[in-house]
Design a protein around this ligand. Sequence first.
Ligand code: C2E
Ligand code: MG
Ligand code: MG
Length: 266
Amino acid sequence: HYQPKVRFDGQVAGLEALVRWVHPERGRVPPDDFIAIAESSGLMPHLTEYVLEMALAQVARWRSQGLMVPVAVNVSPRDVHTPGFAGAVAARLARHGVPAGSLQLEITEHVLLEDPQRAADTLAGLTGHGVKMSLDDFGTGYSSLVHLRRLPVSELKIDRSFVARLAVDTEDGEIVRCTVDLAHSLGLLVVAEGVEDDETWERLRDLGCDAVQGWLVAAAMPPHEATAWLLARGERGWQRPAELEAQRARELAVERAREQSGQVVQ
Ligand code: C2E
Ligand code: MG
Ligand code: MG
């Protein structure tokens, strides 16, 4: 599935590929359940290959339709530590005829827990090919300023646990404010995850965040729905339902005023 990330002017910054598994007997299995098992059982590199393959094929299809949107793929620490990972990604991009700038890889700070030097080499290899890196789930786990300095990322994603309570919890608001300022001073873009309502969207805009992702914009969608969503955005980009309503009300008021003034003239 694909979930859009949009900027505050409505432009689509990209889409994140999120794997979905519908088991014949168990039904939908949440990624949080099976990703951890794939990771510990050694199956993760196969799963990542599959997601990369699907995502790059989709990017190529979108590009052929004139939809030039980058796609972000989540990669796990295990992938980053697999020998030859950076070269394999570059070869896959070439095979699909997709420019490296259309692919973003989302990593977490966990990549630095084991053999930080090897992780740094792989990440440098990827950015050397032109692939952009994004630091996912920032603010949870092992977040530290040292990690931020050591990882060649161009984007930071604030974890939804901070974003969710932004409108009601002043401390979370302060954490987000500091994170945005810190990221900007390091030259990084900031994306907020899990934005579900207008109030949160407005707070994030006022705090200077660059883009948002969340159910307010759209949930993760299967490819055909994501394509329709992208095509429907057109030149105006995404507009908040609240803004659309206000705009419709304004247009209606203008129409009524015109009708009334027309009646007066008659
Ligand atoms: P993530 O990369 O941080 O992805 C964001 C998660 O937040 C997704 O859950 C998404 O569906 C959910 N989300 C998006 N907007 C909202 C919102 O407004 N409210 C709430 N409450 N949730 C929202 P999902 O798809 O269940 O994925 C969970 C995690 O599983 C991901 O977190 C990521 O760490 C992992 N994952 C998913 N797909 C892949 C994959 O292809 N490869 C790897 N390595 N990990 C994956
Ligand atoms: Mg992610
Ligand atoms: Mg995340």
